[in-house]
Design a protein around this ligand. Structure first.
Ligand code: KIV
Ligand code: ZN
Length: 500
């Protein structure tokens, strides 16, 4: 008999907390629908009290999704729980996720409290949430560094108060797999009534052990895992959904299964990466560009003789389309549509026409168009509604000459132009930009990355700009890296909170 493991996806809450990866409500709905199609059991849709945007997203996701439970995060605070319950009003299945820190660090320094008082607050929060919904999950924040005996008292108390799920987060990603596994076992051995709730893991990846710790939790009785697509999340991220699901699929002897339709993993992963402008490291397990690419002669030879010599997962099982057509300047509209759809991007005919036009221009400059290229193209029309847009850019640079740029901008329909010199072409272009947009803004971070390979490649630029004490992240992509840099800077400017 196989046991069922519940997949609790927090891409839209913990994952979305990554600076620069914020999604708007429409994009969140797109991800939530993809998560539903993927087969997740629970979607953590946001932290409603934290902002009107989060509140609204939980409402809209609740309306858009049918099967998964929609979960809203709260602190152990009545106001948070009231707001979460209100945000969940349209959800067909709803869960409130409330909790409080239980480690000595949290009790002493965050709350200036005592162990007894923390248990009282935990119990009160669960009972209060139960007034609104039947399904209440409790999290013991920093459980990874909470002494086991005390943690068991907390877990027992919240289950008695009515918690249906108890989450044991390794908030700081500190635990060793053996330690985390023993913690879960300790709870099963010492908590009265533990079988009245599902025990959940929520492991962070600060020491690269999130997946190992989550598996240790599962092997010791946890039956819900909290995960994100591509492992995105604060700092080093959360446990990757795709890794846990494929470990269980590959190791049938464990006898635990999930509802996930694994063939939808790759398109969903690409969709999240594209919408969040968050590149996937090429060697990322399961979904990285190189995860199934055999380049050494010995491996290629083995794989050609029998694929199982070096491949433990069939790429098609995770939705990687082996027969993917390589797109070139001769590829038609239908081929582009097919490829975008395989990557989880569905566009209206009008948008597709625009992307196809850009695709042909890019294909003229590059021999082969890769998945990442077309994802960038499909996202490129996000700038259509921007206040500030580039009209033209011309740069002269070289060795032994000072760089000069002249730039034309369209600011809410009005045309401006400026020219400037600089210490290199990017500096010249940004100086020209600053002559037009004369605000006190400072470039804090600037990275350029090639999407695939070749001197004709598209360059992606990520920038962080400080303006009035706030940090804004911007993104640009172009075969001309100077243009990509200016696009990224303008992307930041378009996100500024401006009073007038
Ligand atoms: O990492 C953590 O402890 C969390 C909780 C809020 C569940 O994200
Ligand atoms: Zn977390």
């Amino acid at each position: 008999m196989t046991d069922k493991l519940f997949i609790f996806d927090t891409t839209l809450r913990d994952g979305e907390q990554v600076p620069g990866c914020q999604l708007n409500t429409v994009e969140k709905i797109q991800v939530a629908r993809a998560l539903e199609a993927l087969g997740v059991d629970v979607i953590e849709a946001g932290f409603p009290v934290s902002s009107p945007g989060d509140f609204n997203s939980v409402i809209e996701i609740s309306k858009a999704v049918t099967w998964p439970s929609i979960c809203a995060l709260t602190r152990a605070v009545e106001k948070d729980i009231d707001v979460a319950a209100e945000a969940l009003k349209y959800a067909k299945r709803k869960r409130i996720h409330t909790g409080i820190g239980t480690s000595e660090y949290h009790i002493k320094y965050k709350f200036n409290s005592t162990r007894e008082e923390i248990i009282e607050r935990a119990v009160a929060a669960v009972k209060y949430a139960k007034k609104y919904v039947e399904d209440v999950e409790f999290y013991a924040e920093d459980a990874g560094r909470t002494e086991n005996e005390y943690l068991a008292q907390v877990v027992e108390a919240v289950i008695k108060a009515g918690a249906t799920v108890v989450n044991i987060p390794d908030t700081t990603g500190y635990c060793l797999p053996s330690e985390f596994g023993s913690k879960i076992k300790y709870l099963f051995d010492h908590v009265d009534g533990i079988h009245n709730a599902v025990i959940s893991t929520h492991c962070h990846n600060d020491l690269g052990m999130a997946t190992a710790n989550t598996m240790a939790g599962v092997l010791n009785g946890a039956r819900q895992v909290e995960v994100t697509l591509n492992g995105i999340g604060e700092r080093a991220g959360n446990t990757s959904l795709e890794e846990i699901v494929m470990i269980l699929k590959s190791h049938k002897e464990i006898g635990i299964d999930t509802n996930i339709n694994t063939r939808k993993i790759y398109p969903s992963s690409r969709m999240v990466s594209g919408l969040m402008n968050m590149p996937i490291q090429p060697n990322k397990a399961i979904v990285g560009r190189n995860a199934f690419a055999h380049s050494s002669g010995i491996h290629q030879d083995g794989v050609l003789k029998n694929v199982q010599t070096y491949e433990i997962i069939n790429p098609q099982d995770v939705g990687i389309d082996d027969n993917s057509i390589i797109l070139t300047a001769r590829s038609g509209h239908a081929a582009l549509k097919h490829r975008l759809s395989a990557l989880g991007v569905e566009l209206s005919e009008e948008k597709l026409d625009k992307v196809y036009e850009d695709f042909l221009k890019l294909a003229d400059r590059k021999k082969e168009i890769h998945d990442d290229d077309i994802l960038v193209l499909a996202g490129a029309d996000r700038s259509l509604n921007h206040r500030v847009k580039i009209d033209y850019l011309q740069v002269t640079s070289g060795i032994g000459v000072r760089s000069v740029a002249s730039l034309g901008l369209d600011v809410s329909g009005e045309k401006f132009s400026a020219a400037a010199e600089g210490n290199g072409p990017v500096d010249a272009a940004i100086s020209a930009l600053k002559k037009i947009i004369s605000r006190q803004m400072t470039l804090k971070e600037f990275t350029i990355q090639a999407i695939s390979k070749g001197s004709d490649d598209v360059g992606k630029v990520h920038m962080q700009v400080e303006y009035k004490g706030n940090y804004y992240y911007g993104f640009g992509a172009n075969t001309d890296i100077i243009a990509a840099s200016v696009e990224a800077y303008i992307d930041c400017i378009n996100k500024f909170k401006i009073e007038n």
